[in-house]
Design a protein around this ligand. Structure first.
Ligand SMILES: O=P(O)(O)OC[C@@H](O)[C@@H](O)c1c[nH]c2ccccc12
Length: 263
């Protein structure tokens, strides 16, 4: 069994428990349920911003603890001030040390799009994402059938949420594309075995139809890489560890963004 299989098994239990604790009706009555999400594309294409989707990530199955000393509101505000186009907040508890409260805190502290970073397998989680104040949800092709992707993205669209589909190879991309997606992310990390290779992004970029925003995800640590990814056609760059592994992730993002201007 791969780590991804384990995560999905646990996620099914977690969703079943969440459904018992809080009903869909209760979610729909929640604080953020009626707000209009930001339009992800507008922030990615905003010339005043960097295209970086900056992630708050305490730990991961591959690296263990990355940073458990910093606060969500502090870090995400600094990311936004440094020019992030969007924020990514892990809400998975058991494998990434995240929490739904982290998303609520990031929402309250910021006025740019927030991605709920989790393993979505059920409509309930999409409704929950809206209630937590998310603007964007992630659908991971490796754990969903094409039909599930169509259904979950349609539910998200109905709620005004932006949808980011994550793929890791050409087969996943071909079978998963559907009309309700806004952005397609190429994950440079293979979630089944954690190997990373930026080349995955360069290999797949031209297979992504131009009506979708194109995002390169994971293992990005150099400004030169961003420049090359931009030239190849990417609009967005998802970065977690490179910032989070430092004592001051917001400062790390500021320094990185400063260097971007000069390359
Ligand atoms: O920390 P990195 O290597 O910069 O990667 C960030 C992000 O891409 C990664 O956390 C990620 C990409 N897809 C995911 C799916 C689930 C959990 C995490 C992820």
């Amino acid at each position: 069994m791969t780590i991804l299989d384990k995560i999905v098994l646990r996620k099914k239990e977690e969703v079943a428990l969440a459904k018992q604790a809080v009903s869909i009706q209760q979610l729909e009555a929640g604080l953020h349920f009626k707000r209009d999400p930001y339009i992800f594309k507008d922030f990615l294409l905003d010339e005043q911003r960097t295209g970086i989707i900056a992630e708050f990530k305490r730990r991961s199955p591959s690296k263990g603890i990355i940073n458990d000393q910093v606060k969500v509101a502090d870090v995400t505000q600094a990311y936004a001030a440094a020019g992030a186009s969007a924020l990514s907040v892990l809400t998975d508890v058991d494998f990434f040390g995240g929490h739904t409260n982290d998303l609520l805190e990031a929402r309250a502290a910021n006025e740019i799009p927030v991605l709920r970073k989790d393993f979505m397998i059920d409509e309930y989680q999409v409704v929950e994402a809206k209630a937590l104040g998310a603007d964007i949800i992630l659908l991971i092709a490796a754990i969903l059938t094409p039909e599930e992707i169509r259904n979950l993205s349609a539910v998200a669209k109905n709620l005004g949420l932006n949808v980011l589909l994550e793929v890791h190879n050409q087969q996943e991309l071909e079978r998963s594309i559907c009309k309700d997606l806004d952005a397609i992310g190429v994950n440079n990390r293979n979630l089944a075995d954690f190997t990373v290779n930026i080349q995955t992004s360069f290999d797949l970029v031209n297979q992504i139809p131009d009506n979708f925003m194109k995002i390169s995800e994971s293992a990005i640590s150099a400004v030169e890489t961003i420049k090359d990814l931009k030239t190849a056609g990417f609009n967005g760059f998802l970065i977690g560890e490179n910032f989070m592994k430092t004592a001051n992730p917001g400062q790390a993002m500021r320094d990185f963004a400063g260097q971007l201007i000069s390359v």
